[in-house]
Design a protein around this ligand. Structure first.
Ligand code: ATP
Ligand code: MG
Length: 241
């Protein structure tokens, strides 16, 4: 059977008009999407209520792959990854990423570029620092809070893409590690990817140096590698003047 996209394309080209049958199919398809739309709106409303925001912060709303300047082969590799990630997101079944490296190299820029492009396509995304996430989670324990801990975790799981920023700068208590574990694990069980941005190296020969393995634990790091999750290195000079 000819697809709706093809019918629309032919109609736009003037090579075929919409038939009565086509119009009936458009309507049926639209009605079938209603519950999905309501759920999406409900999720967004709940996220706004619990977090007071969604998506990316205003400072990163103009970040795109196209305005990421390519100055080294490292920049190119990182930009190509972001483009690939956006283009293939519709096939994504839990493949996350870690952008690790020096400050000012564009980790937030490219993560925001990914989220901005995906949100334009109707996906729900959130970039949040681990500190902000923990602070909002702790607020759920206060009496009179808008949400319970479970509702908060559920909100974190519902985003199509969740990006945890400044991993390694958190207090790193057992409770924090447990909450992160729970969020990443439960997202993965639902085939939802998680991204991470960090200045920490993956591991180190020096046991006193903080690393992603020591801060998050090997279990979470192992989860992040599931389904081909990639570590992208940002090891060039800061773009900040
Ligand atoms: N290659 C680039 N082309 C254009 N703008 C860039 C590039 N790299 C970084 N920037 C810009 O520089 C600023 C700092 O980048 P960003 O916040 O993404 O750095 P970061 O790697 O997340 O740093 P940190 O580790 O300190 O958080 C941002 O305004 C970003 O848009
Ligand atoms: Mg950053």
């Amino acid at each position: 059977m000819i697809t709706i996209a093809e019918i629309k394309r032919r109609a736009a080209n003037g090579t075929q008009k919409y038939s009565w049958e086509d119009l009936k199919r458009f309507r049926a398809e639209d009605e079938a999407k209603q519950p999905e739309r309501f759920k999406k709106q409900f999720d967004e409303f709940r996220a706004e209520k619990i977090l007071s925001r969604c998506g990316v912060l205003p400072i990163h709303q103009n970040c795109h792959v196209d305005n990421y300047e390519i100055l080294t082969s490292g920049h190119r590799k990182a930009a190509n990854f972001a483009k690939w990630y956006i283009d293939n997101f519709y096939l994504n079944n839990g493949t996350g990423f870690i952008f690790g490296g020096k400050p000012g190299t564009g980790k937030n820029h490219l993560a925001a570029a990914i989220c901005n492009a995906l949100m334009e396509d109707g996906y729900s995304c959130l970039i949040i620092t681990v500190n902000e996430l923990m602070q909002k989670l702790r607020a759920c324990y206060r009496s009179g809070s808008d949400a319970t801990e479970d509702q908060f975790i559920k909100t974190m799981i519902d985003f199509d893409l969740l990006v945890l920023d400044e991993v390694g700068l958190q207090r790193n208590s057992d409770a924090e590690r447990l909450a992160l574990n729970q969020i990443i694990d439960q997202r993965l069980c639902r085939f939802k990817p998680t991204g991470m941005l960090t200045n920490l190296p993956a591991g180190s020969e020096d046991p006193s140096e903080p690393t992603m393995n020591s801060v998050l634990g090997v279990r979470i790091m192992d989860r992040m590698r599931t389904n081909g999750g990639k570590w992208i290195s940002f090891e060039w000079q800061s773009y900040r003047k």
